[in-house]
Each structure stands twice: as structure tokens, then as C-alpha cells.
Write a new protein. Sequence first.
Lengths: 118, 107
Amino acid sequence: EVQLVESGGGLVQPGGSLRLSCSASGFTFSNSAMHWVRQAPGKGLEYVSVIDTNENSTYYADSVKGRFTISRDNSKNTLYLQMSSLRTEDTALYYCVKNFALGGMDVWGQGTTVIVSS
Amino acid sequence: SYELTQGPSVSVSPGQTASITCSGDKLGDKYVCWYQQKPGQSPVLVIYQDSMRPPGIPERFSGSNSGNTATLTISGTQAMDEADYYCQSWDSNTHVVFGGGTRLTVL
């Protein structure tokens, strides 16, 4: 079964840091670009970041650029999102998502919740 | 930055056809995907490459894309189709862009 399991979310104060992890199984992780997508409470989907198969290329939404870093460890089948200088507006459910080679994103994790609050 | 616009809500009676639209500048020149998100659940890809269905997606889901508008059509809408639907495409730099989402209510 293809599966993505996120972890690392929690409550953090503004200005703090957090590292999210996503453990992948059931597919060849090293062959898939991977994404992070977030959803604030009661809001729509917001694209956060993508990393290609070998970390040669990454992209960040303007809202997180310079504060978030996406990385991966293909030997551990794990995707990461290092978040720093967190703001209250970063409060959201963060999804780890597998890229679909034919277009779009075909496997979503259950999400991990990040709450930025004092 | 490239923007995709969706209406906030669509209502449909069971068994009828629901149409959910997504608009963007020259959207027809790009591929569009659609995701279904039911309350408390993660999104599910229902359409890719404008009109293709992933395995396991019912045939009642179809898509089209032309001009500035992409459309997700659900034929014979069922109560289980009640959900939020998001369109997604790519900007000129091949970066992912989401629409704001449309809530489908099956009355």
C-alpha cells in the first residue's frame, strides 16, 4: 500500500522553529518529486514547496521563502520540512504529497498540525 | 503571479449533473487537475491532464479545459460526492497553483 505518514507538528511560539517529517512507503520514493501543501483551519489548499528526486531543484511559495527548507533522505524514504521564524499565519495542517508523473499529486498523507501561537 | 478562480459553492440535486468551473488566463493552454476533499479527509486526485481519471475514480467524474475555463463535471451526482473541489494547474515557471475551492452541496 502506498502511504505517506507525516509527523513533527505541534504548538510553537511565534519566531520558533519546527521540523516536519514524512515517511514514505509502498513506492520507489527516490523516483518521485515530493511536495508540501498546507491548509489553514477552514481555508483552502495552499502550495508550500517541492523538491525533485535528487534535491537538485527546490521551489518555495513566496509566503515561506527564506524561512522554510525542504529536503529529503532517499536512503530513509523520508521527506522533511524545516520551518523557522514561524508566524501565526503558518498555522495549518501540513500535507506531504507525492508527485504524479502524469500531472498533479496522487498520494496525500493524513497531515500534521502546526499551531503557531503565544 | 498566476491565479485560478473558482466559485465558492455549487448546489445540485441527487442524480443531476454538477459543473464546477475554474478560470485563469489562457488556462486552456495548460493542464488542469482536480481534487476532491471530504470533511476531515485528505484531498484525492479525481482528474489529471484536464480529463483523465486515476484508477478507482468513478466514470461519472469528467473534465474539460478550453479557453480560460476548466470544468469538472459530475454526472448523476450522488450524496457521497458532497465535498470541496479544488482545481490545480501550473504557472509559467511550472510551479503549482491551486484554485480557492468550490463546495459542492448535494441537496
